[in-house]
Design a protein around this ligand. Structure first.
Ligand SMILES: Cc1cc2nc3c(=O)[nH]c(=O)nc-3n(C[C@H](O)[C@H](O)[C@H](O)COP(=O)(O)OP(=O)(O)OC[C@H]3O[C@@H](n4cnc5c(N)ncnc54)[C@H](O)[C@@H]3O)c2cc1C
Length: 416
């Protein structure tokens, strides 16, 4: 069904009885040309691009819970491409460009809002680091603009701008094309489009083992709903990537941590940009519903509990109030966490694994929502052709053996 103003009008005039389920709930078949493990954004985008770019439609996405119920439905929805190294800049900007046309392509409103992202400088050192960072972005052909103290204040008037503040704001830098998108809509849009191209999305179906044949090549997977045969599998399971790798008999350099976020009660529009303060760890945006969305730093102990620790909740609220004292009047509405897959260089892994026929997309850690389109595009490419997409070439698992890391963590000094 094509969504349009006319379809809305038809719905309104017919008592909203014309809407069909947005995707099917099929039973798993015995065999597929390709299987994807994990129906988060990356898994669903992979299935969509397998069908749309490569004509592979005998594809199933296997999800142990419900689609979009992992990090894709738990994140703070920030999209940006303000990375330092050329490899990352190319990867994330390709993703942002796909986001820019995604609503039209999927015929689903993903509510992309390019409201800009302002990074705050709290010291002379921050100003120097940001100048270097903005220059690198511009050399990579990505928009970046250094902001004076006054320009920062004009963009977010509720910021604490007093020079005597605990974290004085000396300036900042802006990526105008950055912003937010509706996280659920990204998952639902890809799911609907993949389903309409023939992909089976099978929820409540946990992958419990990998089957191999001659030469150790993938021949299928064992699931909570029985065995399914295939010659190619793509894993897109974020915080559970290392669990799945262990089932397949290899190790990943991934540590799984809880990353938490929270929202305030909804209020009238008060903040029309995304504000990120690397120095304090606070980052804030206002959702379209009016809630202030607060992101936090990692709980620094490995965990699979999707809660987050109280100490981090407290510290992120303190950091946010230090830069936005007016928010102390807001009540907290909800807090939650997701399990993110952190690798040493804070760059993703997209490509082959030691098991022939088994490919992986992981390591996006705290920042893979923005990478969903490109993660799906490049994993689909390697699954369909057996060759790495050129954008994914630098992001192979083998870099942890060769030492060719793309150390965005050390370079940028920010987590999200
Ligand atoms: C609080 C928080 C804030 C964040 N903020 C941002 C942000 O602002 N911007 C940004 O770019 N990124 C952000 N991220 C990171 C981003 O959410 C993730 O990198 C991204 O959503 C990962 O998508 P995914 O599809 O790989 O994983 P997920 O959405 O987690 O999907 C993986 C799926 O695999 C399934 N699965 C696991 N094991 C199995 C199994 N054995 N069998 C079958 N299915 C299985 C899970 O149930 C899950 O649904 C944030 C993350 C969190 C937690």
């Amino acid at each position: 069904m094509k969504y349009s103003a006319l379809a809305l009008l038809r719905g309104a005039l017919t008592g909203q009885r014309s809407w069909a389920p947005v995707w099917r709930s099929p039973e798993p078949k015995r065999a597929y040309d390709a299987l994807i493990v994990g129906a988060g954004g990356h898994g669903l985008a992979t299935a969509y691009y397998l069908a749309r770019n490569h004509g592979l439609t005998r594809v199933a996405v296997l999800e142990r819970g419900w689609l979009g119920g992992g990090n894709t439905g738990r994140n703070t929805t920030i999209v940006r491409s303000n990375y330092l190294f050329p490899e990352s800049a190319r990867l994330y900007d390709f993703s942002l460009r796909l986001y820019e046309s995604l609503a039209r392509e999927l015929n689903f409103n993903i509510m992309l809002s390019q409201r800009g992202l302002v990074l705050l400088a709290h010291s002379r050192h921050d100003l120097d680091a940001m100048a270097r960072w903005a220059n690198a972005m511009q050399m990579n052909g990505i928009d970046a603009q250094l902001l004076s103290r006054e320009e920062v204040a004009a963009r977010a008037p509720l910021l604490e701008m007093s020079p005597a503040a605990r974290f004085p704001i000396l300036g900042g830098f802006l990526q105008r094309r950055a912003g937010t998108a509706r996280h659920d809509a990204v998952a639902w849009g890809y799911a609907r489009a993949a389903d309409s191209l023939g992909v089976d999305i099978i929820q409540n179906c946990e992958v419990t083992g990998f089957l191999t044949g001659a030469g150790g090549r993938i021949s299928g997977v064992q699931t909570s709903r029985g065995r399914i045969d295939t010659e190619r599998v793509g894993i897109a399971a974020a915080g559970h990537s290392s669990v799945l790798a262990q089932l397949a008999g290899f190790r990943l350099p991934v540590t799984s941590y809880a990353l938490q976020a929270m929202v305030s009660e909804p209020v009238k529009p008060a903040l029309d940009t995304v504000v990120l303060s690397p120095g304090t760890g606070a980052y804030v945006s206002q959702s379209d519903k009016g809630e202030m969305v607060l992101g936090a730093s990692l709980d620094l102990f490995p965990s699979y509990a999707q809660r987050g620790s109280f100490a981090v909740t407290q510290s992120i609220i303190a950091a946010t109030l230090a830069i936005f004292p007016a928010f102390s009047r807001l009540r907290l509405l909800r807090q939650w966490a997701g399990i993110v897959d952190v690798v040493h260089d804070s760059s993703p892994i997209i490509g082959a694994t030691p098991v022939p026929g088994l490919y992986i997309n992981c390591g996006w850690g705290t920042g893979g929502f923005k990478g969903i389109p490109v993660g799906g595009w490049t994993l689909a490419h390697v699954l369909a052709t057996g060759r790495n997409h050129e954008l994914a070439e630098p992001f192979q698992l083998e870099r942890f053996h060769t030492g060719r890391l793309i150390d965005e963590a050390a370079a940028a000094g920010i987590a999200h």
